[in-house]
Ligand binder design. Structure first.
Ligand code: GTP
Ligand code: MG
Length: 192
């Protein structure tokens, strides 16, 4: 399955405006700056369809991409400390509103920075998905930033850190080297 005919569809700053849709949705969630837009661009084979930014907290909207059959949903990144409390509340409402609206979610791709232990926010999100029986995979981003020894060490550690989600696929990924992209594509195709 290929996603290179995907285009930008729409962007929403409030869940009240979210479109009712029966399109199957693949959802991308993770901390601000973790690499969601970079993964989306790799999947859609487009350089900058999804806005990549070195300033965290840029994507404060839910963005939809897709073709005539499928939707990719880019959720606003959580856990960025430097935004105001009211902005954080808006994000939380947006996320909650999205998951509470009656969607046709086929798979959630939860992105976690491979270099670090999953944050409390990451674990909260994984628990939320698991409790709500939403199918999900964990993509560990920025794998290119780790040298071999550190890479292998993180692979071992993460097995324990995410032990309770033992039936969830964990995929190391780099938008720089392309590591893991085929596996992510395969998981998405299977889910659809
Ligand atoms: P927000 O939309 O702000 O929540 O961020 P995001 O999760 O969409 O992250 P984005 O893709 O914009 O990437 C954030 C920064 O990390 C950018 O500077 C990217 O170039 C960098 N980055 C993303 N993925 C990778 C990766 O796999 N390897 C490396 N080395 N850098 C990456
Ligand atoms: Mg983004």
């Amino acid at each position: 399955m290929s996603f290179n005919k995907f285009d930008f569809i729409s962007s929403y700053g409030s869940f009240k405006q979210l479109p009712d849709t029966s399109f199957p949705e693949i959802v991308f969630a993770g901390r601000s700056n973790v690499g969601k837009s970079s993964l989306l661009n790799k999947l859609m084979q487009r350089k900058s369809l999804a806005h990549v930014s070195s300033t965290p907290g840029k994507t404060a909207t839910i963005n939809f991409y897709g073709d005539d059959k499928i939707r990719f949903v880019d959720l606003p990144g959580y856990g960025y400390a430097k935004v105001s409390k009211s902005e954080k509340q808006r994000w939380a409402k947006l996320l909650e509103g999205y998951f509470n609206s009656d969607r046709n979610i086929k798979l959630v791709v939860l992105l976690v920075d491979m270099r670090h232990k999953p944050s409390v926010d990451d674990m909260d999100m994984a628990h939320f998905l698991s409790h709500n029986n939403l199918p999900f995979i964990i993509v560990m981003t920025k794998s290119d930033k780790l040298k071999k020894t550190a890479y292998n060490k993180r692979m071992e550690e993460v097995k324990h850190e995410l032990e309770e989600f033992s039936n969830v696929a964990i995929i190391p990924f780099s938008s720089v080297t392309g590591e893991g992209i085929d596996k992510v594509k395969r998981e998405i195709s299977t889910a659809l």
